[in-house]
Design a protein around this ligand. Structure first.
Ligand code: EPU
Length: 447
C-alpha cells in the first residue's frame, strides 16, 4: 500500500526477540551533565534521526487498530520510551529493536494513563482520542503546566466534546465513559498541532464526518494523517487548513517509516552556522526545514540542498536577524532558542518574537550567564550580538533551551558545563555523540 512520501509500507518483518527499551538507548541518566570546550568549527556529515513529534502521535494511533504495528525509524529518546510505557500501562506490548518499534495493541485492557507518566511528557495525552474512539472510555491525567507556561489542552477537550465525548475532570483526570463519538464541525482560531492530531485520530472511528477548520499542517500532522490513511482511515484535505475525516468501522495495523526530525536537522544547521563550520545534514527533508534555511542564508551561511541532504558552510560571523515564530510553514518555535544562541554572537542587533509560546524564554538567563546580551519585553527578545561568549556552568531547562545552550557552548571561550541534560535526552538522539563525530569537544559526565 502506498501511503505517500515519507511513509513507506513494508511487509511485516519477523517478530523481534529483543525487547524493552529503545534501541541503543541507555537508560536516561537524570543527573548527566555535558562538558563542552568551545571554539572548534564543526565539520563532516551527520545523520538525522526519526522525528520525535511524528513518532509520538503515530505510536498513540496504534491504539486505534488492534494488532501488531511496526514503526520504523523511531528515534531512541526518553520521550518515545515514555510513550511506550504509557501504551504498556494500557496493556499493549511494545518492543524496540534498532529503531524498529513493534506495538501490539491486541490485548489493551486498561483506559487509564496515570499522572506519573503524563506529567513527564505532555504528549501522553495523545492516547485520549484513540482510547475514546476504540473503547468508548478513557481516564487520562491532565498534563498540568510546563517549564515555560500553562500550555492548555482546551482545544483537545472542546473538540472531543463537540464529537459527543462529554468529558469530565475528576481529581486531575480527564474522564470519558460510554462515549459514542460522532462527526462534528470544529473550528480552531489558534492552530494547534496536538489538538489537530487528537481530533483526527478520534474522528477516524467516529460515525459520520468530522471537519477541522484551522488545522495544523506541520509535517508531523501530515505524517500522522498518511499513517491513518494507510490503516484504512478516510481523510481529505491533509496538509491544508481544512481537514475532513470520514469515520470508518475499523482500522488495520500498519507498517510505516517515521519521517526525519526537522528540528534536529535545523539544530545541526544552526550548530554548523554558529561555529563557522561546514557540515552535511544527511537523511533529512530539506523542504521541512525551509524556514530555517532561509534565516540561516540571511545570516550569511552558504547552503545547498539536495534531495535528502543539506550542506551548510557558516560565516565568520553571522549577520543579525529578525525572526517571528509562526505555525508551519513559518519559522518554528522549536528553533527559537537555538537561533537566539546564534544571534548572541551576530554582528548587530537581532529581534526574536515567539508568537506561539509567549513565555518560552527560560534559555535567556542561562545564555546571559555565557555573556549574551538579551533584553526581554513580553514575548520579544532583543539580542545585541557580542564578539565572544564565555564558558560558564549553566542549567538546561527544556529540550530546545538545552540545545541552545549546547550551541552557545560550542563557540564560547573555555569550558561550559550544562547540567540537567535529561531535558536534551528527551528530544535529541545521541546529540553529544553526533557533535563529537563532527569534531566538537564534548563529554558526558555524571554529576
Ligand atoms: N493551545 C491552546 N489550547 C490547546 C492547545 C494549544 O491554546 O488546547 C495553544 C498553545 O498554548 C500554543 C499554540 O496553541 O500557543 C500551539 O500549541 P500546539 O497545540 O500546536 O502545541 P503542542 O501540540 O502542545 C507541539 C510540539 C511542540 C511544539 C508545538 C508547536 C509535540 C509533541 N509537541 O506541541 O514541540 O513546540 O507543537 O509547534 O508535537 C518540542 O518538541 O520541544 C516541543 C515543545
Amino acid at each position: 500500500m502506498d501511503v505517500g512520501a515519507g511513509t513507506h509500507t513494508q511487509p511485516h518483518a519477523p517478530h523481534a526477540t529483543e525487547s524493552a527499551r529503545a534501541p541503543g538507548a541507555k537508560k536516561t541518566q537524570p543527573m548527566d551533565a555535558l562538558i563542552i570546550e568551545g571554539g572548534r568549527p564543526l565539520a563532516g556529515r551527520v545523520p538525522i534521526s526519526g522525528a520525535k513529534n511524528a513518532a509520538l502521535p503515530v505510536m498513540a494511533a496504534a491504539l486505534l487498530a488492534p494488532g501488531e504495528h511496526v514503526l520504523r525509524n523511531v528515534p531512541s529518546l526518553a520521550d518515545t520510551r515514555t510513550m511506550a510505557r504509557v501504551l504498556e500501562k494500557l496493556g499493549a506490548r511494545v518492543e524496540f529493536n534498532d529503531h524498529v518499534c513493534r506495538i501490539d495493541t491486541t490485548r489493551v485492557n486498561s483506559v487509564e494513563a496515570p499522572y506519573d507518566l503524563v506529567r513527564t511528557m505532555r504528549a501522553s495525552i495523545y492516547v485520549l482520542g484513540p482510547l475514546l474512539a476504540r473503547f468508548a472510555a478513557a481516564r487520562v491525567s491532565l498534563p498540568g503546566g510546563c517549564a515555560w507556561g500553562p500550555r492548555p489542552v482546551n482545544l483537545h477537550l472542546e473538540g472531543l466534546n463537540a464529537m459527543g465525548a462529554a468529558l469530565d475532570i475528576d481529581h486531575g483526570y480527564i474522564v470519558g465513559k460510554s462515549v459514542k463519538l460522532a462527526g462534528a464541525h470544529i473550528r480552531h482560531e489558534t492552530v494547534s498541532v496536538g489538538a489537530t492530531a487528537q481530533i483526527m485520530m478520534a474522528a477516524t472511528l467516529a460515525s459520520g464526518t468530522t471537519i477541522i477548520e484551522g488545522a495544523a499542517v506541520e509535517p508531523d500532522i501530515t505524517e500522522l494523517g498518511r499513517v491513518l490513511i494507510a490503516c484504512g482511515a478516510r481523510i481529505d484535505g491533509l496538509g491544508t487548513r481544512t481537514v475532513s475525516i470520514h469515520g470508518v468501522e475499523r482500522l488495520q495495523p500498519i507498517d510505516c517509516t517515521i519521517i526525519p526530525d526537522r528540528i534536529e536537522a535545523a539544530t545541526f544547521l544552526a550548530a554548523a552556522a554558529i561555529t563557522g563550520g561546514s557540515v552535511t545534514i544527511d537523511h533529512c527533508d530539506p523542504e521541512h526545514i525551509a524556514a530555517t534555511i532561509d534565516k540561516l542564508t540571511e545570516a550569511g551561511c552558504d547552503i545547498h540542498a539536495g534531495p535528502r541532504e543539506v550542506t551548510i558552510s557558516g560565516p565568520v560571523r553571522p549577520a543579525a536577524l529578525k525572526i517571528d515564530t509562526q505555525p508551519y510553514p513559518g519559522f518554528p518555535t522549536d528553533m527559537q532558542a537555538q537561533m537566539m544562541a546564534l544571534c548572541s554572537v551576530a554582528d548587530g542587533t537581532s529581534i526574536i518574537t515567539d508568537t506561539i509560546y509567549l513565555d518560552r524564554f527560560t534559555h535567556v538567563p542561562e545564555l546571559a550567564r555565557l555573556g549574551a546580551r538579551i533584553t526581554l519585553d513580553q514575548n520579544t527578545a532583543t539580542i545585541d550580538g557580542v564578539e565572544r561568549l564565555q564558558g560558564a556552568p549553566v542549567m538546561a531547562t527544556d529540550i530546545r533551551a538545552s540545545a541552545a545552550l549546547v550551541l552557545a557552548a560550542l563557540v564560547a571561550q573555555g569550558t561550559t558545563r550544562i547540567s540537567r541534560i535529561y531535558h536534551l535526552d528527551r528530544g535529541y538522539e545521541a546529540l553529544d555523540q553526533k557533535l563529537a563525530a563532527l569534531g566538537a569537544r564534548i563529554e558526558r559526565i555524571k554529576e
